[in-house]
Design a protein around this ligand. Structure first.
Ligand code: FAD
Length: 310
């Protein structure tokens, strides 16, 4: 069994793994996809002490740093269940999708978050055929075409600015009466010339020709009128959902599904810790996820020295 069994291989999980291994603890790390959201990111300019880097580069550095220590990295493995109680040997069990069961004296959950879906007709059918969630990955596919960005928060406006450099035209559709993005981003978007921003717009349908996206339909929430926009791509940027479906009923979650942690990263289950975007931390950033991974790992270490038999 592991002394610290980490689930998640993003910045939080990687940081936790290094801190655990440096304490001489037997550390295992299971990740559906090592790197997490960072793997989908292009420019990173707020990772302090590194002026500018790129997602895949940072992921490679994270992995190299983790592999410098004695950490069992189990990549491409999905956890599907965590036991609520310890077994007779005092261990928690994490069951994987492939049926394997791993045990840990402590478990550290760092499963991050993912993009929220619109849940409108056509979205699922045309996913990957015009409906996209990662502008950095899929933006170039729409070179010279018209696209929409759904959502006027930071990620939506960032996506619009990014895409406007590649595509012919970007329409931003925001449900609310105003954009939630930082002023500096909104100013930049408005200065670009090929970005239209429509507020009070509820997207109701993704239209396609059976093969790929041809447009979308939205309702103007001021008038109730329905409008169709002709375009080739739709980038959905309406927030993050914590990856905790598999933990429902096992430990305390907020109404939004985030794992509730204390200042040491301890969850409602003694000896189970959590870190990063999956928790109820105020802000979701790489440096914050790494800091909380370190905190939770030290929390687990502290727990282990207080609860070992001898
Ligand atoms: P994640 O990065 O989400 O990693 C979660 C890990 O858990 C992954 O390895 C995943 O595969 C794994 N996992 C999930 N479920 C399971 C399961 N059931 N079993 C096993 N493994 C599982 N932040 C910045 O600071 N600066 C930026 O410039 C920036 N730009 C961003 C751009 C984009 C496009 C995106 C998507 C995010 C950006 N962020 C940025 C946010 C930043 O990426 C996140 O805050 C950070 O990655 C969170 O780290 P994490 O380790 O908590 O979770």
């Amino acid at each position: 069994p592991y002394e610290v069994l980490i689930v998640g291989g993003g910045p939080a999980g990687a940081s936790a793994a290094i801190y655990s291994a440096r304490k001489g603890l037997r550390t295992g790390l299971v990740a559906d996809r090592f790197g997490g959201q960072v793997a989908e990111t292009i420019g990173i300019e707020n990772f302090i002490s590194v002026k500018a880097t790129e997602g895949p580069k940072l992921v490679a550095n994270l992995e190299a740093h983790v592999r410098d220590y004695e950490v069992d990295v189990m990549d491409s493995q999905k956890a599907v269940r965590l036991t609520k109680e310890r077994d007779s040997s005092g261990l928690y069990q994490v069951e994987l999708a492939n049926g394997a069961v791993l045990s840990g004296k402590t478990v550290l959950l760092a499963t991050g978050a993912r993009w929220r879906e619109m849940n409108v007709p056509g979205e699922k059918e045309y996913r990957g055929r015009g409906v996209a969630y990662c502008p950095h990955c899929d933006g170039p596919l729409f070179k010279g075409k018209r696209v929409a960005v759904i959502g006027g928060g930071n990620s939506g406006i960032e996506a619009a600015i990014d895409l406007a450099n590649i595509v012919e035209h970007v329409t931003v559709l925001e449900f609310d009466s105003k954009l939630r993005a930082d002023e500096v981003l909104v100013r930049k978007a408005r200065s670009m010339g090929n970005i239209d921003i429509i507020t009070m717009a509820q997207t109701t349908e993704v239209r396609g020709d059976g093969n790929k996206v041809t447009g979308l339909v939205y309702t103007d929430r001021n008038t109730g009128d329905s409008h169709e926009v002709t375009l080739a791509g739709i980038f959905v940027q309406i927030g993050l959902v914590p990856n905790t479906e598999w933990l429902k009923g096992t430990l305390e979650l907020t109404p939004r599904g985030e794992i509730v942690v204390d200042e040491r990263g301890q969850t409602s289950l003694p000896g189970v810790f959590a870190a990063g975007d999956v928790t109820n931390s105020a802000y979701k950033q790489i440096i914050i996820a790494m800091g909380s991974g370190a905190t939770a790992s030290l929390g687990a270490f502290d727990y282990l020295i207080r609860h070992s038999e001898q």
